[in-house]
Design a protein. Structure first.
Length: 76
């Protein structure tokens, strides 16, 4: 199965995973490629927070679905 992680700027990274494997590896790999600290990024699928314990199967994801990567807003 292939999933996509979309950044707030619209860029996308594609990952191939097995549906029953926890999404932790995918989320960490995304942060490594984008040079982000894993603890600072929030991941959302259909508006709901994605946990490192979730699997694509548990979230009922389909091939080609997108996960949104949200960075914290820094205010003045």
């Amino acid at each position: 199965m292939e999933l996509c992680v979309k950044a707030q700027d619209g860029t996308r990274l594609h990952f191939k995973i097995r549906p029953y494997i926890k999404l932790r590896k995918l989320l960490i790999r995304y942060c490594e490629r984008k040079q982000l600290e894993f603890e600072t990024v929030k991941f959302l699928y259909n508006g709901q927070r994605v946990s490192t314990r979730h699997t694509a199967q548990k979230l009922k994801m389909k091939n080609g679905d997108e996960i949104d990567a949200m960075l914290p807003c820094m205010g003045a």
